[in-house]
Design a binder for this molecule. Structure first.
Ligand SMILES: NC(=O)c1ccc[n+]([C@@H]2O[C@H](COP(=O)([O-])OP(=O)(O)OC[C@H]3O[C@@H](n4cnc5c(N)ncnc54)[C@H](OP(=O)(O)O)[C@@H]3O)[C@@H](O)[C@H]2O)c1
Length: 319
C-alpha cells in the first residue's frame, strides 16, 4: 500500500433510521481473501435505504458502512492485479459487512468483478441489476416476440428504461407507462409514453400481449386488466404496493399468466448477457439513466430516491 493515503472518508451508519455520517477514518486493513478497492462511485439503491432504515432481513452490526454496489480500482489484492477497474457486488457487502459507501472498501475477493478499462464508474456500479433483470424479463420470463404489444411500467426507471429498449429490440410495439407527468419525456424511444392514470386499451393502442411491471400495486392491477387471454404479465418490482387482490374466478377466465422475475435465482444465467449489455451501454447503443451526486450529498440522493422523483439509478461519485 505504499503511496496510498492513511486516512479515508466513509459514510458510517451509526443508528438505523438515520442517514450515515461522512467521517474520516484510517484506511481499513485487508485480511486474507479480501481486496482493497479505491471506490470511485457507489450506488444508492432501494435495498441500501432499506438497510439504512433497519428494514431488511440481513442487517450489519453498527457502526457499519452501507453500499451493496460500487465500482473503483483495485489497490491491493491477492487475486486481482493492482489498478484493475472493478465493480463490487455480493459477499455480504453493504448487508452483513461493510460495503461501498467509502473511499476505500475492503470486500471479499469473490465480490470483486473486473469491468472493461475506461468504464464509467457510475455505470459500472449501476448496470448489473437493471441489465440482468431486463434481459431475464424480456427474453426468458415474458418471452417477448416480434409484433407483440407490450406495456412496461416504471418505464423511466432503471429496469424499466432498459426493459423498454430490449423489448423494442425484440420487435415489440412498446408502451412506456410512468406515474408522473414529469417522467413522460424520460421514457426511452421508441416506446409510446403513457401516464399510469391514463392507461386504457385506447391509450395502449389495443389489448396487450404482455406487461412487464416494475412498479406493483394499483398499476399492476390496471395493466393486468388490459392483457389479452393467454397473454403474460411479468412482475419485477413492487415499490408502489406489495399486494394484489385477485378474484380467482376472474383470474381463471382472463387466462393471463402472472410470472415472477427474480434476478437472485437468475443472476448466473444472465451474467454473460449483462456484460454484453454493459459493452453496449459503454458504446452508447443503449442508455441507462443515472442521477449523480457528490459523496457529501447522500441526503439529496436518498431524498430523490425515496420520493420517487429520481429518474433511473442514483449514484454517489467519490473523487
Ligand atoms: N425482481 C428482481 O429480481 C428485481 C431486480 C432489480 C430490481 N427490482 C425491483 O424493481 C423495481 C424497479 O427497480 P429500478 O432499479 O428500476 O427502480 P427505479 O429506477 O427507482 O424505478 C422504480 C419506479 O417505480 C415507480 N414508483 C412508483 N411508486 C414509487 C415510490 N413510492 N417510490 C419510488 N418509485 C416509485 C417510479 O416510476 P413512476 O414515477 O413512473 O411511477 C420509479 O421510476 C424496484 O422495486 C426494485 O427493487 C427487482
Amino acid at each position: 500500500m505504499s503511496g496510498s493515503p492513511e486516512v479515508s472518508r466513509a459514510l458510517v451508519l451509526e443508528r438505523f433510521g438515520e442517514l450515515p455520517r461522512l467521517v474520516t477514518r484510517p484506511v481499513p486493513d485487508r485480511p486474507p481473501g479480501h481486496t482493497l478497492v479505491r471506490v470511485r462511485a457507489a450506488q444508492v439503491g432501494h435495498l441500501d435505504l432499506n438497510v439504512v432504515d433497519g428494514e431488511f432481513g440481513v442487517l450489519p452490526d453498527l457502526p457499519a458502512v452501507p453500499g451493496t454496489e460500487a465500482a473503483g480500482v483495485v489497490v491491493a489484492s491477492d487475486v486481482h492485479p493492482e489498478g484493475t477497474a472493478v465493480r463490487i457486488r455480493g459477499g455480504g457487502a453493504g448487508l452483513s459487512r461493510d460495503g461501498g459507501w467509502a473511499e476505500h472498501a475492503v470486500v471479499r475477493d469473490t465480490a470483486v468483478v473486473p469491468v472493461p478499462p475506461g468504464t464509467d464508474p457510475a455505470l459500472a456500479c449501476c448496470f448489473f441489476s437493471p441489465a440482468g433483470t431486463a434481459q431475464a424479463a424480456v427474453h426468458t420470463v415474458a418471452a417477448i416476440r416480434p409484433g407483440e404489444r407490450v406495456a412496461v411500467t416504471g418505464a423511466a426507471g432503471a429496469v424499466g428504461a432498459l426493459t423498454v429498449q430490449l423489448a423494442a429490440r425484440a420487435g415489440a410495439e412498446v408502451i412506456g407507462v410512468v406515474g408522473r407527468p414529469a417522467k413522460l419525456a424520460s421514457v426511452p424511444p421508441p416506446a409510446k409514453p403513457v401516464l399510469a392514470s391514463e392507461l386504457t386499451e385506447d391509450t395502449a393502442g389495443g389489448p396487450l400481449d404482455a406487461v412487464i411491471d416494475t412498479v406493483g400495486g394499483a398499476v399492476l392491477a390496471t395493466a393486468l386488466g388490459l392483457v389479452r387471454g393467454r397473454g403474460r404479465a411479468a412482475l419485477v418490482g413492487y415499490t408502489a404496493g406489495r399486494e394484489l387482490r385477485l378474484d380467482l374466478a376472474d383470474f381463471l377466465l382472463a387466462d393471463v399468466s402472472l410470472l415472477p422475475v427474480n434476478l437472485m435465482t437468475r443472476g448466473a444465467e444472465v451474467a454473460a448477457d449483462a456484460d454484453r449489455l454493459l459493452a453496449e451501454l459503454n458504446a452508447g447503443e443503449l442508455t441507462l439513466p443515472i442521477e449523480r451526486y457528490p459523496f457529501d450529498r447522500l441526503d439529496e440522493a436518498a431524498g430523490r430516491l425515496r420520493g420517487g422523483e429520481a429518474v433511473g439509478k442514483v449514484a454517489l461519485e467519490i473523487d
